[in-house]
Design a binder for this molecule. Structure first.
Ligand SMILES: NC(=O)C1=CN([C@@H]2O[C@H](COP(=O)(O)OP(=O)(O)OC[C@H]3O[C@@H](n4cnc5c(N)ncnc54)[C@H](O)[C@@H]3O)[C@@H](O)[C@H]2O)C=CC1
Ligand SMILES: O=C(O)C(=O)COP(=O)(O)O
Length: 484
């Protein structure tokens, strides 16, 4: 589990420990007066009990180290700092080598869409127990590697959906009226009053690819403005209003005046819109992409716009994006940048679909609260890569309780072995669930003292389904949480 080698455990307290002793890591707390030295490199974090909330809080929360990248909103920073965690905040993402240096030390990392947490990076993250994606997309994280190593991942599934939908509405109108070009001309002192190929959007057909949170929200707004809406999705979904699902992408491309992409980054969505798809689109139609840069083949788009097939486009996302504000968007980033910038009626925005005060505020709160619940209580509700397990918080009315969290390979026989050990104690409540190869067990045990806890820990740690710390292979992860 997450070993915080340099964390000091207060000598005379019941500590909640995060221990990576089983080779993996995860979650917060194990209760011991002091960590036996044989526990590999356990980290303690924990504080006793919050008298105000009456909920258990790990003490020494100040031992928990959090790295927040990419300008995570103040609301999130405040919630995490309010817990007493050590929070380091950076406005930008980091180059991979710097990221690896920093991630070695932290128990929690908060990122947005830019930071790539690949297996290579996560392999170095020996103390990491949880990742917070302060955004919707989680494609930037190797979710499977994280799950296999007991690292939970949380995101904010819909806090910025409305912001993206509103931006797309603005872009539909702006493209139909060539607003970008007219505005640029005026900035250059040129008066160019034209109506040629400028349109109302009323009565036009909007084709939405990916009818999830954003796509469906967008359809409501578009219908309210008099558009007729069709959508294509790989699953059958309930149509909002009078929208209509079409059975193939080609059907959508044939019929739509405006095509907009709202799919996740997946192998199947890479270059979902390329040369062939542009050929299926109506002459004079428009393309919008505010999903991920991999979804549209940009050289093919440039070609389609130069040929007049596509009358305008709006792009918010790109295969390679600069690390921070002020960085250049030019050919050393993507070879076609100059060509793209030279086109007429193309709106280029710097990945701002979800960048509104409302969305960032809500995301900051939602994700940091999930992180706190996970770090302090082991609750995985809302996790995108682990089974969702949660028991109500332990309270001060339940002294001498311990919470056991055990993340293990989903193989036959593990539960029997774990319950043989737990069965010697009074198990108040227990919940377990699995997701693919990984299973997550949470149990609250009453009437335990610190000696029992230590013994429990050792017995669970020695189970064969747990993995040797040094091997860092697939593992079981154990956490115990207790209050006085
Ligand atoms: N530009 C920005 O700032 C933002 C971009 N995004 C991006 O937008 C994406 C979509 O967001 P949500 O609507 O919240 O996701 P969602 O998960 O609610 O919906 C995605 C939909 O796409 C469908 N889908 C998946 N593969 C498909 C395929 N091959 N063809 C057609 N449909 C397919 C899914 O079935 C689902 O209904 C996110 O994954 C993220 O990458 C999200 C927020 C902000
Ligand atoms: O929420 C998402 O998936 C987004 O693409 C927004 O990303 P951002 O938080 O602006 O880096």
């Amino acid at each position: 589990m997450a070993s915080a080698k340099d964390i000091k455990l207060p000598a005379d307290h019941l500590a909640h420990q995060v221990s990576r002793s089983l080779g993996l890591s995860t979650s917060p707390s194990a209760a011991f007066h002091s960590p036996p030295s044989s526990f590999g490199a356990p980290i303690s974090h924990g504080s006793a009990i919050s008298a105000t909330t009456k909920h258990l809080k790990p003490f020494a929360t100040e031992d928990v180290k959090i790295l927040l990248l990419e300008n995570v909103n103040q609301t999130g920073r405040d919630i995490l700092a309010g817990q007493g965690y050590q929070v380091e905040f950076l406005k930008t993402s980091l180059p991979e080598d710097e990221l690896i240096e920093k991630i070695r030390d932290v128990h929690v990392i908060g990122i947005r869409s830019k930071t790539k947490l690949t297996a290579r990076v996560l392999k170095e993250a020996r103390n990491l127990i949880v990742i917070g994606c302060f955004c919707i997309g989680t494609n930037q994280v190797d979710l499977k590697y994280a799950a296999d190593h007991g690292i939970a991942v949380f995101n904010s599934p819909f806090s910025n959906s409305r912001s993206v939908a509103e931006l797309v509405i603005a872009e539909i109108v702006a493209l139909a009226r060539q607003l970008g070009d007219r505005s640029n001309e005026m900035h250059n002192g040129i008066w160019n009053k034209v109506s040629n190929k400028c349109w109302e959007i009323r009565g036009k057909t909007l084709g939405i690819i990916g009818y999830g949170h954003i796509g469906s929200q967008l359809s409501v707004l578009a219908e309210a403005m008099g558009m007729s809406v069709i959508y294509y999705d790989v699953v059958n979904l309930m149509a909002m209003g009078t929208t209509r699902q079409v059975s193939t992408l080609e059907d959508l491309l044939h019929d739509a005046d405006f095509v907009t992409c709202h799919v996740p980054e997946l192998p199947e969505t890479e270059n979902l819109i390329g040369q062939q798809q542009f050929e299926h689109m109506k002459t004079g139609s428009y393309l919008i992409n505010a999903s991920r840069g991999s979804v549209v083949d940009i050289p093919a788009l440039i070609q389609a716009m130069r040929s007049g097939k596509i009358a305008g486009a709006a792009l918010d996302v790109y295969p390679n994006e600069p690390a921070g504000n002020g960085d250049y968007f030019q050919n050393d980033l993507n070879t076609w940048c100059t060509d793209l910038r030279g086109l007429k009626n193309i709106i280029l925005t710097p990945h701002i679909g979800g960048s509104t005060e409302e969305a960032q505020c809500a995301i900051g709160i939602e994700v940091s609260q999930a992180l706190v619940k996970y770090v302090n209580e082991g609750t995985t509700l809302g996790a995108v890569n682990l089974p969702e397990v949660g028991l109500r918080s332990l309270t001060m009315d339940e002294p001498n309780h311990a919470r056991v969290i055990y993340i293990h390979q989903n193989i036959p026989g593990v539960l029997r072995k774990v319950n043989e050990i737990l069965g010697d104690h009074n198990v108040d409540k227990q919940m377990t669930d699995s997701r693919d190869d990984v299973a997550y067990l949470m149990a609250d045990i009453s009437d335990v003292d610190t000696v029992t806890i230590k013994e429990l820990y050792e017995r669970l740690e020695s189970l064969s389904c747990t993995i040797d710390l040094s091997s860092l292979e697939k593992t079981g992860t154990l956490t115990l949480l207790q209050h006085e």
